[in-house]
Design a protein around this ligand. Structure first.
Ligand code: COA
Length: 336
């Protein structure tokens, strides 16, 4: 049976470190509040020029992560026949970032698509890559999760609940067709659109002439908004459900799992899920203290760091799980 094996991972984060104290200097917050509520101590934000423009694009961040993944997989980039780019903040309204990767990496017209599933984007991306490979549509797929969040946050007291959580970065994985007993064993994907407006950015929109008007900017409707408590409650429940479901689908139990790589939304969510599953903390990956919530990039960054740290070994079972805006949620069971 053909499976989709992850053969290389990579990540890239900006060099600029923004600490909680740095944020407390511009908005009404504190290191204590942020650390206690989220576990975040610092995050990476892209450098900007005097006009507020980032020095590199989101696609360039993705390309840097991808180059590392390609090198780790030891493949010729020209064998990539499909790019899947997960992001909620593409560099332009359209097209998506996938095509910019095709250009930046000179991929010779490989297929390219974007996934707009926010924090769950990379989990959906792995599932899609698995489907492409199993169906024979592709043999080598580059999946990237990348976000620029720092330019899209309301850095006034009005936006402080969101501004302290989110950050920039990109991670990537190469998936290749294999007949070996490894790769993605199972995935589960869910959504519940009735809650779309509990975590969303309203603008720019296609339903308003000019996509945006002055009143919308004045009211800050182009900034992300979140019903934080509700997101927290749903996330905690759905993380657990998705893990149970993907383990059942793969015919294994939580005791078989070497490492759980949850979306880095909030350390308190990770802790609640860890306690519910009865997992020892060393079998749950966490880097949110250093990077904050990088939405679609958080799982591939964590995966690449886990591989780099030797926490994932050939034959290990790992689970990735995410919840995010949409609401969307899902999980992948992967044999390394
Ligand atoms: N600094 C200081 N105070 C802040 C603040 C900040 N950055 N953001 C909000 N507050 C204030 C609120 O205004 C509120 O004040 P009030 O009681 O005077 O009204 C108070 O802190 C408590 O806010 P509350 O919303 O009850 O806090 P919370 O315990 O629910 O934590 C979150 C807030 C955002 C950290 C939490 O709801 C959360 O993590 N939600 C999920 C977020 C998430 O993971 N989103 C992405 C999903 S992928």
């Amino acid at each position: 049976m053909t499976r989709a094996a992850i053969t290389g991972t990579g990540f890239w984060v900006p060099e600029r470190v923004v600490t909680n104290d740095d944020l407390a200097a511009i908005i009404d917050t504190s290191d204590e509040w942020i650390t206690e509520r989220s576990g975040i101590r610092e995050r990476r934000w892209l450098e900007r020029d005097a006009d507020g423009r980032t020095l590199i694009s989101g696609a360039e961040m993705g390309a840097r992560a991808a180059r590392e993944a390609i090198a780790a997989a030891g493949i010729d980039k020209d064998t990539i026949d499909q790019v899947i780019y997960a992001t909620l903040n593409p560099d332009v309204f359209f097209p998506g970032n996938g095509v910019f990767i095709e250009h930046l990496l000179e991929l010779n017209t490989a297929g390219a698509m974007d996934i707009r599933n926010q924090c769950t984007g990379f989990v959906y991306g792995l599932a899609a890559a698995d489907g492409f490979i199993q169906s024979g549509l592709a043999r080598t797929v580059l999946v990237i999760g990348g976000e620029i969040q720092s330019t899209a946050l309301d850095l006034t007291d009005r936006g402080r609940d969101m501004a302290v959580l989110f950050a920039d970065g990109a991670g990537a994985a190469i998936l290749q067709a294999t007949d070996e007993d490894r790769g993605i064993l199972a995935s589960v994907l869910h959504s519940q659109g009735r809650y779309a407006r509990d975590l969303f950015a309203e603008a720019p929109v296609a339903t308003v002439t000019g996509r945006m008007n002055a009143a919308m900017i004045e009211e800050g409707r182009h900034y992300p908004r979140m019903n934080g408590k509700m997101v927290f409650q749903h996330a905690t429940r759905r993380f657990g459900e998705a893990i149970d479901e993907v383990l059942k689908k793969g015919g294994v139990t939580i005791d078989d799992v070497a490492l759980l790589i949850p979306h880095q939304a909030n350390q308190r969510i990770t802790d609640a899920v860890t306690a519910r599953l009865g997992l020892p903390v060393e079998r749950v990956f966490s880097n949110i203290a250093r990077y904050g919530n990088t939405t679609a990039a958080s799982i591939p960054i964590a995966l690449a760091e886990a591989v780099r740290a030797g926490r994932v070994q050939r034959g290990d079972l790992i689970v990735t799980v995410a919840f995010g805006s949409g609401f969307t949620w899902g999980a992948n069971l992967i044999k390394w």
